[in-house]
Design a binder for this molecule. Structure first.
Ligand code: ADP
Ligand code: MG
Length: 742
């Protein structure tokens, strides 16, 4: 008998070699294989009669191969296949498909799937480029007649699952392997979801779900199957979401049970804040600060996400929060994803806070080691009140004297794991480890972790995470399910919306002329090149070459600077500062300026090869302009042919400045796995759930998980909760890898 945890190679017909191929796609166990769901289904129980086909419909047709052949037209070779059902015939066409030449033998049965069309001239029905499967040809050799027959029955006369092929493993191979796995699956599949939760959602058993998702009952709604809305699909999707949410809920609860610092927001602190403000905060900024301050006053640690579009003014809110902590005698760490951004924060912090007497230090990787050591000493002795840096702050050697608040800027650049690591920074090693999920050997007594000991536990610092990418709600629920949310939904006053245009790069003379005019009017401009991975030598060369062209020829009379990730940090800083002070009029840059850079006088952003950038990245880049009162322009230049998806990105940019709309579309185009590069960062990568499609189920899962964690009660017993937690820990550990929810 197979268990869900049995290595997949023990399924008959798999073995070590294929096992390795599957492992490459994340399929390690029988359970993984059974969660490899069909991406569509074919109704070969009621395949369409050729005579009833209608133009425009997607149809499955099962028929007999009559004849096939290649014929050449003026332009391209076309392969034609004729399939018959009695007297009715259907033509199929493939363009440029010489490889099909010897594929079809008359008399074989074939299943076809595709869009039915009417030939313009002959008015006959045809399917162009259908997907197909030759039936009854088992592909393997040496099989007995009985095996062959059994295999055939998986292909016709039923609703047939269609799997995405993996290398040489065809949809048919998956049908057989998965069928074999199901046939040999242990009958005792425990249901780790509490009965009350099952009842609320009308969930079917795990076993029935696995069977029916792959081999639907004949009466199953075809529409529900295709849209993953059958009871089997819903059970599997909910299952996946529920245990993620359970982990996050538990973590949230553990955080609230920890000892934090109850900061005091008294008149003195209020006055201190007022003193540093260079402008009147917007109502949104006021509201958000209130939310943050209320958290900080609580005796347990703050875990808050501040979400605000580029330019919405998060920095000043962060400084305000920092002052509350400092006025309470604590240190503050502000972490930025790049050196440039860390430096920029450092300069604005000094500009705003140093006059008020606060002591600020900068700690980045590029500091000389002597200087680093000195800065570290300032930090450990408590001299430094506000510590600004990059992930260098994560290094073990940095010890704080009394860290009270951690601010993480532009969170989307950081992985979830890094965030967790930073949260653990302040002396809570042992306790958070005891309270963490997914540790081996803890499964037996999961409920003891609900309430970590509170005596002798050092206080946890508050954590404020800031992100410029507006996160669609569904994603926020999972990615940041453990955080409370504040939203800056208002831009500072006096901004005019950025005008965005998209032009082909043969228009560049006009673009440069426009840049020249803006500079003549006293403004500054960015010209950005796609060096997306700074390791790409050739891309970097292209950027440097264009810089020479712009600085030496096109704008020979203007002051043009160059900024890229490989420059010496000192030089980087110098260039950035010159641009900030207006000593450079044009800054040619790679994506290093993507995040957070703030030069309000810059009104033009030219992005070359814009089609190569991701949507979120384009929006971030554009966020560098439109920061002052003057009208700003973003010009997306395209080089060469733009693909369909690239065009959708560009269109979205031209159409809207709304970060939320852009984020939603980005999520749709890229899928949640890549949205934040979250795979490496430890976001659970879902096997069957889809955060866009399954938003409702996700909310239900969150609700139910919260109720379970709050239990036991009349509905949910302690045993059920404990069983669910054991299962959840195993899941986090095995499925979601190294993620430690502590
Ligand atoms: P982001 O949210 O992208 O980090 P910043 O904090 O860099 O945005 O703010 C963008 C710009 O808006 C900065 O130049 C900042 O000084 C300015 N700003 C922020 N809040 C206000 C306000 N309430 N009134 C006027 N200008 C503001
Ligand atoms: Mg910022």
């Amino acid at each position: 008998m197979l268990e869900l945890s049995t290595p997949v190679q023990y399924v008959k017909g798999v073995g070590p070699r294929i096992g390795e191929v599957l492992a490459g796609k994340g399929i390690h166990t029988v359970g993984d294989l059974l969660h490899y769901l069909p991406f569509r289904y074919e109704d070969r129980l009621n395949p369409r009669g050729i005579s009833e086909l209608r133009p425009g419909e997607m149809a499955t047709v099962v028929g007999e191969i009559r004849n096939s052949g290649l014929f050449r037209t003026r332009s391209i070779p076309i392969f034609q296949l004729t399939v018959g059902q009695g007297r009715a015939r259907l033509r199929c066409l493939w363009f440029n498909a010489t490889y099909l030449r010897d594929k079809f033998i008359p008399g074989q049965m074939i299943a076809l799937y595709g869009k039915v069309e009417e030939d313009q001239r002959s008015r006959e029905l045809q399917i162009v480029q259908p997907q197909f499967e030759i039936l009854g040809d088992s592909g393997g050799s040496g099989e007995s007649g009985a095996e062959k027959k059994a295999a055939e029955s998986l292909e016709i006369g039923r609703i047939v699952p269609i799997y995405e092929a993996i290398g040489k493993l065809t949809p048919r191979w998956f049908r057989r392997a998965i069928r074999t796995a199901l046939d040999n699956l242990t009958p005792e599949l425990a249901d780790p979801i509490p009965a009350a939760v099952r009842a609320h959602l009308g969930l079917i058993s795990p076993r029935a779900a696995l069977w029916n998702a792959h081999w639907p009952e004949p009466g199953e709604s075809f529409e529900d199957l295709q849209s993953s809305r059958t009871p089997a699909h819903i059970r599997m999707i909910f299952d996946e979401l529920f245990f993620v949410e359970l982990g996050l809920e538990l973590k949230r609860r553990q955080q609230k049970a920890q000892t934090g610092i109850a900061f005091r927001l008294d008149d003195r602190a209020r006055a201190a804040i007022k003193k540093i403000l260079p402008f009147h905060p917007t109502p949104a900024q006021k509201r958000v600060l209130k939310e943050i301050a209320a958290d900080m006053e609580k005796p347990y640690p703050m875990r808050r996400l501040l979400q605000g579009d580029v330019g919405s003014g998060k920095t000043i809110v962060a400084f305000e929060a920092a002052i509350i902590a400092i006025e309470n005698g604590c240190q503050v760490a502000l972490m930025a994803p790049t050196e440039i951004l860390a430096q920029q924060h450092y300069f604005s912090a000094r500009r705003l806070l140093e006059n008020a007497g606060y002591r600020i230090v900068l700690l980045t990787g590029s500091l000389e080691s002597d200087r680093k050591r000195e800065v570290r000493r300032h930090i450990s002795q408590g001299n430094a009140q506000l510590v600004i840096g990059t992930h260098a702050l994560l290094e073990e050697k940095v010890e704080f004297d009394k860290l009270g608040l951690v601010i993480v800027d532009e969170q989307h650049r950081f992985g979830v794991l890094q965030r967790l690591k930073l949260m653990r920074k302040s002396g809570d090693g042992e306790d958070s480890r005891r309270a963490s999920l997914g540790r081996t050997g803890e499964g037996a007594r999961p409920d003891t972790n609900l309430h970590p000991q509170t005596d002798s536990e050092p206080a946890e610092p508050d954590v404020l995470v800031m992100t410029a990418t507006p996160i669609p709600r569904t994603l926020a629920l999972t990615l940041y399910g453990d955080l409370d949310l504040s939203v800056l939904d208002e831009l500072p006053p006096g901004r005019t919306p950025i005008a965005t245009h998209c032009v082909a790069d043969d228009q560049s003379p006009r673009v440069w002329e426009f840049v020249r005019k803006q500079v003549a009017a006293g403004h500054q401009a960015y010209v950005v090149y796609p060096v997306i991975a700074e390791s790409e030598e050739s891309e970097l060369k292209a950027a440097i070459k264009m810089y020479r062209e712009l600085s030496g020829k096109i704008f020979a009379d203007l002051k043009v600077g160059l900024l890229h990730g490989r420059l010496d940090p000192k030089l980087k800083e110098q260039v950035m500062r010159m641009f900030q002070r207006g000593e450079l009029q044009i800054l040619v840059a790679t994506t290093v300026i993507e995040v957070g850079v703030d030069v309000p006088n810059a009104t033009v952003m030219v992005i070359e090869h814009a089609e190569r950038f991701g949507l979120a990245q384009l929006h971030q880049l554009r966020g560098r302009i439109g920061r002052g009162g003057a009208k700003s322009y973003c010009i997306l230049m395209t080089g060469g042919k733009v693909g369909e998806e690239g065009q959708r990105r560009l269109d979205a940019m031209v159409k809207t400045n709304d970060g939320f709309k852009i984020a939603e579309l980005d999520l749709e185009l890229r899928g949640p796995g890549e949205f934040f590069g979250t795979r490496q960062a430890g976001l659970p990568s879902f096997r069957v759930a889809n955060l866009i499609r399954d938003a409702k189920l996700l909310e239900a899962a969150k609700r139910e998980a919260a109720a379970v964690i709050a239990g036991p009660n009349a509905e949910i017993s302690a045993e059920e909760i404990s069983r669910a937690l054991v299962h959840m820990r195993a899941r986090w550990q095995h499925t979601y890898g190294l993620v430690e929810v502590g």
